[in-house]
Design a protein around this ligand. Structure first.
Ligand SMILES: [Zn+2]
Length: 443
């Protein structure tokens, strides 16, 4: 069965950048936009051009530089905003004007102080204005989930007549429940021609932004608006990496595709966090420091036997790097012991000696001993010892454990020393002068 394609609309640079402590300058926005391009998002919402000179300059720079994705600019439902957005966007290869107007009673009454009829006319007229400048126009009825449904459908019908190409349904205040939001999207889908894309824009005030976005997709939405690391107003927006990986890990329930290149997720998250100076929550799904760490001893034991015991996706699949070079043959026993500890294992002197000997032989052959090699070495040692656990498992951190089930990096021949060194046992000097050897190898 062919999988439906979901358009990933990234609003990290607009809705995300609005969050406290996340403001970026033009150069930083441009850098992030290049990374979002590499990540494979379909739409980059680059900013809100009328909001400030800086926003205008950033949207203009991104529109003029990044050619593959659609570049969107936000505008309130009035001519000055729409014209300003168009000025910033017009050099884009694929520009989109994104017009929004609140439709809920509470926003109409207290914020906009306009009647429903005025709202409807303003929405229709502003889409017409945008459409006269740009073929690709998106409309968002702000606070849609708290809008009277019949009135919402009337507004949507009016903007469809005015030529809108994407209808985005925002849960602006993060108020909706997944079933409820799915039902709303289904009802809208039934009322709107197929040529118009339905989009979801969910906020995370109740921690449901991703669940709501997925419910919307299941109900017929074909665009999701989201941000890297879920940054955004208040509790944030739906997290891009979580939506994408949910569909990738569970295609049985969510048979949809995106253009996202998953191994660019972690680098994108890191760049955003570097640029904004705001760290990713440690236990954040997919991109948090602990997302692939296994602390409980029983989990570590399972991970060593087969990563699939506790891992539904590999760290590499989302771009978490295999730990860079861990050790070389010039690393000492102390460094090896320390690294083992970081991986969650503590060995006594005798065990460490044995692993160290095998390590030196291996390091001589493959130069760079990486984490997965070391884990495999520990496994080999353990099977030779015929024990169920290797050393004492510490309450520690396994970090990235790229030992792929059924895939071996070490051949037993790699653990046999070169002929010249064949004066048994392995490295007799190491046996007799362990402390001195530490000094010689350095730590
Ligand atoms: Zn928003």
């Amino acid at each position: 069965m062919e999988r439906a394609r979901i358009t990933v609309f990234d609003t990290t640079l607009r809705d995300g950048e609005q969050s406290p402590g996340c403001s970026l300058n033009v150069q930083e926005k441009l850098r992030l936009a290049h990374q979002l391009d590499r990540l494979g998002v379909d739409v980059i919402e680059a900013g809100f051009p009328i909001a400030s000179e800086g926003d205008f300059a950033a949207v203009q720079a991104i529109a003029g530089t990044i050619r593959r994705p659609i570049i969107a600019g936000l505008a309130r439902a009035c001519s000055p905003d729409i014209e300003r957005a168009w000025q910033a966007l017009k050099s884009a290869a694929r520009p989109r004007i994104h017009v929004f107007l609140a439709t809920s009673e509470i926003h109409l009454q207290y914020k906009l102080k306009i009647s429903r009829q005025q709202c409807l006319e303003q929405a229709r007229d502003s889409v017409r204005r945008a459409k006269s400048l740009c073929a690709d126009v998106e409309f968002s009825p702000e606070d849609a989930t708290r809008t009277d449904h019949e009135f919402l459908y009337r507004v949507l019908e009016a903007v469809v007549e005015a030529g809108v190409t994407t209808l985005n349904i925002p849960d602006t205040v993060g108020y909706s429940m997944p079933e409820e939001f799915g039902e709303l999207i289904r009802n809208i889908r039934q009322r709107v021609p197929d040529s118009v894309t339905i989009s979801a824009h969910c906020h995370n005030d109740l921690g449901l932004a991703v669940a709501n976005s997925l419910a919307a997709i299941a109900a017929g939405a074909r665009q999701v608006e989201c941000t890297m690391n879920g940054i955004g107003e208040r509790a944030g927006n739906a997290s891009l990496e979580e939506i994408v990986m949910a569909m990738r890990v569970r295609p049985d329930r969510y048979p949809y595709e995106t253009g996202v290149i998953a191994d660019q997720l972690f680098p994108s998250s890191q760049l955003l966090s570097d640029l904004t100076g705001s760290a990713v929550q440690a236990n954040k799904a997919i991109t948090g420091r602990n997302a692939f760490a296994h602390e409980a001893g029983i989990h570590q034991d399972g991970m060593l036997k087969n990563p699939l015991t506790y891992e539904i996706m590999t760290p590499q699949s989302v771009g978490v790097p295999d730990s860079t070079l861990v050790l070389g043959k010039h690393s000492g026993r102390h460094a090896l012991g320390l690294r083992c500890e970081q991986l969650g294992f503590q060995f006594d002197r005798r065990e460490l000696d044995e692993i160290y000997r095998a390590f030196v032989v291996l390091a001589d052959k493959i130069k760079h001993v990486e984490e997965h090699h070391l884990l495999e070495l520990i496994q080999i040692h353990r099977s030779q010892e015929g024990r169920s656990t290797a050393g004492r498992i510490l309450q520690g951190h396994v970090g990235t454990t790229p030992v792929v089930a059924g895939q071996s990096y070490i051949h037993t021949s790699m653990l046999v020393p070169h002929a010249a060194e064949h004066n048994s046992p392995l490295h007799p000097a190491i046996d007799h002068h362990a402390d001195q050897e530490d000094y010689l190898w350095g730590v």
